[in-house]
Design a protein around this ligand. Sequence first.
Ligand code: GUN
Length: 295
Amino acid sequence: MQLLDGKSCSEQIRQEIAKTVSQLKADGQRAPHLAAVLVGNDGASQNYVAFKVKDCEEVGLESTTIRLEDSITEQELLAKVDELNKDDAIDGFIVQLPLPKHIDENKIILAIDPAKDVDGFCPENVGRLNLGLPTFISATPNGIMELLRRYEIDTEGKHCVVLGRSNIVGTPMAVLMSRNTNPGNATVTIAHSRTKDLASFVRQSDIVVAAVGRPQMVPGDWIKPGATVIDVGINRIEKEDGKTKLIGDVEFEGASKRAGAITPVPGGVGPMTMAVLLANTVTAACRQAGVDEPA
Ligand code: GUN
């Protein structure tokens, strides 16, 4: 069994990005600049944004965090998005989700300039992904593809089941895995909450991508011997001693005995997501400056 070590793989990517950023600076460009908008006090969101800022610093990117109160109106948030769209000093930005219930997330996503949408959430970028055109690909599925690429996992002609149909992970993941690319060229099933006999789909799959957000919902004995298991779940559970622990959507211990390759939680998909967001920001900066990305 091969452990797909997202931590070390993402470290390698961060080093590559740091090199690219130094080259850009040596060529007279300013450092690419990522902004993150954080609304309210959601603990997980605060953590993610803090990691994103730290990652930016590590590779030489500029970063700005914009903290807004939970009580902000939709109109005020739209005005902030407009401001960031027009700010020439910002190359890319994200609005951390979820947003408070009184704000329509789709309205906010629709307002983001596609050229600065490094999350790849807006309709133009989603459409471009479906057409196979240059775009920004949502960081989690893109990070998974990068992990599969770097570990040279053979996906061609394989059966891939994607558990979960979210706009951020499941749906773009299914598109990427079915495209005529390497990795890709898989036969893809999207399973979701209405799927009947989920176990039978998982049992026959060569690649399982679990992105549901339910702790250990995939028992280890569902995994086909030799399969590749990608666990996107990051579920916080309380241990007996009162401390919290992160576990995935797949029951790791049993699954790792059967899988050919598997991502751990934590240290699998999570770090890859972060690294790919940095790469998207560098791409955004180069596109806006009209320069080629240094090799
Ligand atoms: N919330 C959970 N994942 C993400 C992500 O990748 N981007 C944003 N903006 N919000 C998220």
